[in-house]
Design a protein around this ligand. Structure first.
Ligand SMILES: [Zn+2]
Ligand SMILES: [Zn+2]
Length: 155
């Protein structure tokens, strides 16, 4: 899928153009995603292709040593999850228009999913331990950098 997709926040002051890197989207059941959006996060990887119009209306929250979450400061619409180091964006599926032609392919943090909902799509599923193993290097580097930064602020 190389076609650019459009989306905008509820109040219309932020517009996003993103080219999904693939046709597959993921579902994240982690506590932070559920706390952020009230349910699991459906997101599609868009690499570095994301163009934001109305950047002055975007607020970013430093949600972990390795990622930031962006939202509209006026209406609160969630705009993206961005990996700091690679500047790769994951965009909420529902933000973009004409996304029917995509597949639910992966469920992250399946061990953190509450038992009160489930999807019957056949997907790959990764537990916390599998995700940690997969992203161990990136997470460890980001944590070390954050610790070093804190240390330098204390010094
Ligand atoms: Zn808005
Ligand atoms: Zn999550």
């Amino acid at each position: 899928m190389s076609e650019p997709k459009q989306g905008q926040c509820l109040c219309g002051q932020v517009k996003i153009t993103a080219t999904p890197a693939q046709q597959n989207f993921s579902v994240c059941h982690c506590r932070m995603c559920r706390q952020w959006g009230g349910g699991p996060l459906f997101a599609i990887p868009c690499g570095q292709s994301v163009v934001v119009e109305g950047q002055e209306n975007v607020q970013e929250f430093d949600s972990s040593p390795w990622a930031k979450r962006g939202f509209c400061r006026h209406c609160g619409t969630h705009l993206y999850y961005r990996v700091k180091k690679s500047n790769e964006f994951n965009v909420p599926l529902g933000l973009l228009e004409n996304m029917d032609n995509t597949n639910m392919a992966m469920q992250y943090f399946i061990d953190l999913k509450p038992s009160n909902y489930c999807f019957n799509n056949q997907t790959e599923m990764l537990t916390s331990a599998q995700i940690e193993a997969y992203f161990a290097k990136v997470m460890a580097e980001a944590k070390a950098e954050a610790a070093a930064k804190r240390q330098s602020q204390i010094d």
